[in-house]
Write a protein that binds this ligand. Structure first.
Ligand SMILES: [Zn+2]
Length: 433
């Protein structure tokens, strides 16, 4: 941001503070005098009429000002609106949900970096809800958020002040903000899809569902030596089950134990049926560039982190189409699950597990660059089970292919994933203390 832009943002900022006081004085004056009641009735009528005439609220500008002590975000509005804010980690985001609005921002209000804010984007999130997502380069805290009434030439303004915070504080606030947000939005949420009631747990071990990708008519990726992804990942899933159960802390359930075809939706249903504490889907990729190798881990996001991730999710989501099953009739429901805010908390936990997977697997094998990625994998859409999808490596790469075919290597992978899951549960438990 240029120096001039900073000072103009600061000028706006001081006006915003002064307006609150001016607005109160004006309002107080209005209610004095003999015609108090008449005015009140008139005002009520006028307000009701203008609300009717107003229609969809318009956001006419969004400004971000970087100050020594805070970052201030201001949205100019033509009417008062409700808002709800929550935080999402990895990457750090501040999400502002408002009723459906019409964004008519000046071109100059483009999404550019301001101080610790890397950028921002906006749009309709779903019918009835619009959303602004602010990308913070570092952890922040919402110090205050309020709507200022119109004053002088100023319209209503939604003001959000952010201050720097630690990662721990951000994660804590994120959890709290999501819970609050879910509670507030609950009446507006569509009912979750009917799922079989979970079976009662027979012991106090954590239940981990291990999902070997593909199977049956769907071979998944095919290695240069003709090996099938579905066979590699089934072997890896069995090794992981063995490693997890050897600790005595986990009960592992496989979505398939043989070369059978399981629909994506059924894989999620299995996780819910056994009341899974975690869902880990195992895959191996194949790509034209045979030099590319390394492990990566994916969690669900409404936005893919890059084109590669998006393309991969698209190809993995095709599993049911490969088997000749039309998903289109079920897809809207699955899509609703994706955007349900109840899932935000789950997505946070998934992202945490992914972080541990990256740390632990770094000790066992080569990782892809930026190994934690985000994409809309259908199989990760259980709204209440933290889920990750691990691409163990590339069958199109000679070295990855050789390793994935080696039972000793698969045991190393299983050991690393088990340590990551251990760390995840240690973290989750201490967070509840
Ligand atoms: Zn796959």
């Amino acid at each position: 941001m240029t120096r001039r832009a900073v000072s103009s943002a600061m000028a706006l900022d001081s006006r915003e503070s002064a307006d609150a006081a001016t607005g109160r004085r004006t309002a107080a004056g209005l209610w004095l005098g003999l015609w108090r009641c008449v005015l009140l009735v008139l005002c009520t009528l006028v307000m009701a009429q203008s609300a009717l005439a107003a229609g969809t609220p318009v956001v006419s500008n969004l400004r971000i000002g970087n100050h020594p002590d805070k970052v201030r975000i201001v949205m100019d509005l033509d009417q008062r609106i409700d808002f709800s804010i929550f935080l999402l980690p990895d990457p750090y985001r501040v999400v502002v949900d408002v009723p459906e609005v019409s964004f008519r921002l000046p071109e100059a209000a483009g999404s550019r970096a301001v101080g610790p804010i890397a950028g921002w984007r906006y749009g309709q999130f779903r019918p009835g809800t619009s959303r602004v997502v602010i990308d913070a380069g570092s952890p922040v805290e919402v110090k205050s958020a309020f709507v200022l009434p119109p004053s002088g030439s100023q319209q209503y303004r939604l003001v959000i002040d952010l201050v720097a915070a630690t990662r721990e504080a951000f994660l804590k606030d994120s959890d709290a903000s999501i819970q609050k947000h879910v509670a507030l939005s609950a009446p507006r949420l569509s009912a979750p899809p009917a799922a079989p009631a979970p079976l009662p747990k027979s012991d106090d071990r954590m239940t981990i569902v291990i999902d070997a990708g593909h199977g049956g008519v769907d071979p998944g990726a095919i290695g240069h030596d003709g090996v099938y992804e579905k066979a590699i990942v089934l072997a890896a899933a069995k090794a992981l089950k063995e490693a997890l159960e050897a600790t005595g802390r986990y009960k592992a359930v496989l979505t398939r134990e043989d070369d059978s075809f399981i629909r994506l939706r059924e894989r999620i249903a299995i996780a819910r049926r056994v009341d899974a504490d975690l869902f880990v889907s195992l895959h191996a990729d194949s790509i034209k560039d045979s030099s590319l190798r390394g492990l990566s881990v994916y969690t669900l996001s409404e936005n893919a982190s890059d084109k590669e991730a998006e393309a991969l999710a698209t190809s993995e989501n095709k599993a049911d189409i490969v088997a000749g099953i039309d998903l289109s009739q079920q897809e809207p429901e699955v899509t609703n699950i994706l955007i349900d805010l109840a899932q935000r908390r789950t997505m946070n936990y998934s992202a945490r597990l992914a972080g541990y997977v990256v740390k632990e697997m770094d000790r066992e094998t080569k990782l892809l660059s930026s190994p934690h990625r985000f994409a809309g994998f259908a199989v990760l859409k259980a709204p209440d089970v933290p889920s990750v999808l691990v691409e163990l490596g590339f069958l199109s790469n000679r070295e990855d292919n050789r390793r994935l075919n080696d039972p000793a290597f698969r045991r190393k992978v299983a050991a690393g994933l088990t340590r990551a899951i251990d760390r995840y549960f240690q973290g989750v438990q201490s967070a509840f203390r």
